[in-house]
Design a protein around this ligand. Structure first.
Ligand SMILES: *[C@@H]1O[C@H](CO)[C@@H](O)[C@H](O)[C@H]1NC(C)=O
Ligand SMILES: *[C@@H]1O[C@H](CO)[C@@H](O)[C@H](O)[C@H]1NC(C)=O
Ligand SMILES: *[C@@H]1O[C@H](CO)[C@@H](O)[C@H](O)[C@H]1NC(C)=O
Ligand SMILES: *[C@@H]1O[C@H](CO)[C@@H](O)[C@H](O)[C@H]1NC(C)=O
Ligand SMILES: *[C@@H]1O[C@H](CO)[C@@H](O)[C@H](O)[C@H]1NC(C)=O
Length: 365
């Protein structure tokens, strides 16, 4: 038959090709086992809606061998909390603002309740056993979440409604009548997903200049240190620790999670790169899974045998344990969010050879 001989020809042809193709690298949904992949921003990636919120999961438990979940939440502004206050006993959660505004509350045990208004590039750490909740405040907001260990997306699959879109619009532009937050009886039944409702938690509303308490938080007014083990902390964009690496072009590394800050076996950082050629970029092979999400500019990345991929804002690349990769940028300024399982990732390696730096960008020469 005509089609089967074409197929035969196609598979014969594939056998002669030495390396995999870009088409094979690009996926619409995170795969069911670890492999190199790129997922474009707003691709379906197991999308579900919960009320007004549209959740996508670009790295999942299955796709990362449970190293971490990387997810995004797109939503319009809301007059209500995005979720009822709750705790995770086994998962630590990280909130990063890709665009828009949202408010984040976090309280550990008897410590004072913290609240921050997060704008683009701001970060909040919610370690295990920390009561937390959030509220989306601007019409085009995207929260990026990192949850460790991986697999936490199962909660959203169970609560949400599967979503598809021909246009890949960020969220559904329609008035939703269902509240985003599951009701109290529902959230109380979610302990098997590591969600423990904290219905007595009263989110404070006494923020001044984006923070409560006001004292010492230095929110967008001064340096934010990464917190001590097990306590929530917040880092405003550009106000955290910064390191300048000059080894492979310039890279400004801004750690958000280190081994010390969360007492956990993963790291998160932003990395801002200067223009660089592929020949001058190093190749890494890491003992832990890693992911890049582009925040600004254009990232070039070569993973394993695949050709170089070109990633734009919101695109995600995933690299499994032990697979070689090289990354660089051909534009003037590219900034990525980097997530790594273990503590010997690109961020940690670069910081070792870098110097402390006071600026969010690299030198002029
Ligand atoms: C929703 O999508 C998931 C895959 O992301 C699938 O396993 C599940 O069967 C779907 N549920 C429905 C009701 O279609
Ligand atoms: C979290 O709380 C639970 C229940 O109190 C406890 O068993 C667990 O050890 C705590 N985990 C951490 C990391 O503190
Ligand atoms: C949503 O709520 C409004 C106001 O209560 C009502 O008029 C409308 O029919 C509802 N829409 C749906 C789809 O339930
Ligand atoms: C809030 O910000 C304004 C403008 O920078 C400043 O004048 C004011 O002192 C701040 N309020 C507090 C309580 O820090
Ligand atoms: C930390 O993670 C790395 C990479 O995932 C792994 O090789 C290492 O065994 C882990 N260490 C601990 C103490 O869990």
């Amino acid at each position: 038959m005509f089609t089967s001989s074409l197929l035969l020809l196609a598979s014969f042809g594939a056998g002669l090709v030495q390396s995999a193709t870009l088409e094979e690298l690009y996926l619409q949904n995170a795969p069911s086992s670890p492999r190199p992949y790129v997922i474009p921003h707003y691709a379906n990636s197991h999308a579900v809606t919960i009320g007004d919120q549209l959740y996508r999961f670009t790295v999942t438990g299955p796709s990362s061998d449970n190293a971490f979940t990387l997810m995004s939440t797109n939503a319009p502004s809301s007059g209500a909390l995005g979720v009822l206050p709750h705790i995770h006993q086994r998962h630590s959660e990280n909130f990063f603002n890709l665009k828009g505004r949202f408010q984040l509350w976090a309280q550990k045990g008897a410590e004072e309740q913290q609240a921050r208004l997060l704008t683009q590039g701001d970060y909040g750490s919610v370690p295990r056993n920390t009561t937390h909740t959030f509220q989306i405040l601007d019409p085009d907001t995207e929260m990026v979440g990192v949850v460790v260990p991986g697999g936490f997306e199962e909660l959203f699959y169970a609560l949400g409604t599967n979503h598809t879109s021909a246009t890949n619009t960020p969220f559904v532009p329609a008035v939703s009548n269902s509240s985003s937050a599951p009701d109290p009886s529902m959230i109380s039944s979610l302990q098997r997903f590591d969600v423990y409702a904290q219905l007595d938690f009263e989110p404070r509303r006494d923020l001044v200049n984006g923070t409560a308490p006001v004292d010492k938080s230095k929110w967008h007014t001064g340096d934010n240190a990464l917190g001590a083990s097990g306590k929530p902390y917040f880092v405003a964009s550009g106000y955290g620790p910064k390191y300048l690496s000059s080894k492979y072009g310039y890279q400004v590394i801004q750690p958000l999670v280190t081994k010390q800050s969360q007492d956990a076996n993963y790291t998160i950082a932003t990395i801002s790169l200067s223009r660089q050629t592929k020949d001058n970029a190093p190749t890494y092979v890491l003992p832990g899974a890693a992911a890049f999400e582009v925040l600004e500019g254009v990232l070039m990345i070569q993973i394993g045998d695949y050709p170089v991929a070109t990633l734009y804002t919101g695109d995600v690349a995933f690299i499994p344990v032990g697979v070689a990769f090289t990354y660089y940028t051909e534009v003037a300024f590219t900034k990525v969010l980097y997530v790594n399982s273990g503590s010997s990732g690109v961020d940690s390696q670069l910081i070792k050879g870098a110097k402390s730096w006071n600026f969010a960008t690299f030198p002029t020469y």
